[in-house]
Design a protein around this ligand. Structure first.
Ligand code: NCD
Length: 316
């Protein structure tokens, strides 16, 4: 076991045994959520309400923030939320993130969930506090809890991860979820990764080096149709418009990769389609009823994985 049960900053903190434990706990949480729905209370109080999670989100979010907040509440803990920290916290007055983190520490937060637009900021936040920090996305760098729930979803959908072929589609340069997911997949045996992106939006060289060092087999292409029949998992991402210098620059890459019914027809019957969401136009809604479309089940799995992580961080 590599993970020290404190901060979650990068997927590089985890080994296979950590994933096994987190996923086992997440599976248990799934059962607990089902009981919660019937009895309307947390069975056995998994976490005392005296545990308080603070969320500090400096970038937009629906799923990640609500998922963390719901996870904490479903465990029985409490939540204090700052969802638009750039406008509504003292960061808007010019306070540094370090001072904000120190303040939440003095105010006795038990865990801080942080989303920033600067790569490396989550790591730097750990230097100003002994309160566990969970990275909910730092710029274009990483989104480790998303990758955990992505891999958990693959396990749930396919019942295996070793030996599969995963196609990652879209803006692989700026998408932080694909950086974390690619690195996490390197923990498994014989996984093949096909990186499918438009010209200029390829996977950063650091991530490719990470794969090379771990002898993970990967290929790089811009041909989605030519690769789709081989895939066990198609992981689709949106163009990260907000990361481009101007709307015009982002526009140049618009509409380059749409997954529609024609394409899904070419996929294996026992494959699955994932997306971290939000989707814009890269996945047409008329594939949502296809049994291989797993992206809303993926959201649900995120709740279970985050409940597991919070429980492990706060009580183990
Ligand atoms: C992702 C993110 O914020 O990186 N969203 C999420 O957390 N599920 C993906 C995205 O915004 O494209």
């Amino acid at each position: 076991m590599k993970w020290d049960r404190q901060h979650v900053i990068s997927v590089e903190q985890f080994d296979g045994e950590d994933l096994r434990r987190i996923f086992l706990m997440a599976k248990g949480m799934e059962a607990i959520l089902n009981v919660c729905r019937i009895v309307r209370e947390v069975p056995g109080g998994l976490l005392s309400p005296s545990y308080v999670m603070c969320t500090l989100f400096c970038e937009p979010s629906t799923r990640t923030r609500v998922s963390f907040e719901m996870a904490m509440r479903r465990l029985g803990g409490s939540v204090i939320s700052t969802s638009d920290a750039r406008a509504q916290s003292s960061i808007a007055k010019g306070e540094s993130l370090a001072d904000t983190i120190k303040t939440l520490t003095e105010l006795s937060a038990d865990v801080i969930v942080l989303r920033t637009s600067d790569s490396g900021m989550a790591e730097r936040a750990t230097e100003c506090t002994n309160v566990p920090i969970i990275n909910a996305g730092d710029g274009t760098n990483e989104h480790p809890t998303q990758a955990l729930l992505d891999v958990y979803t693959i396990q749930q959908e396919l019942d295996r991860i070793d030996g599969i072929t995963v196609g990652l589609l879209g803006d692989l340069k700026n998408g932080r979820t694909v950086h974390s997911l690619t690195k996490l997949l390197a923990l498994f045996n014989d996984v093949k990764v096909i990186l499918i992106s438009p010209d200029g939006l390829g996977m950063p060289s650091e991530v490719l080096e990470y794969l090379d060092q771990r002898h993970v087999s990967y290929s790089v292409t811009d041909d989605l149709r030519g690769s789709v029949e081989d895939l066990d998992v198609l992981y689709v991402t949106r163009l990260q418009r907000e990361r481009f210098g101007s709307p015009e620059e982002a526009q140049r890459h618009e509409g380059t990769s749409a997954v529609d019914t024609g394409l899904v027809r070419m996929m294996k019957h026992n494959s699955c389609i994932l997306h971290p969401l939000p989707r814009v136009n890269e996945l047409t809604p008329n594939i949502d009823l296809d049994p291989r479309a797993a992206y809303f089940r993926q959201v649900r799995n995120g709740l279970c994985v985050r409940m597991a992580l919070l429980k492990m961080i706060l009580t183990e």
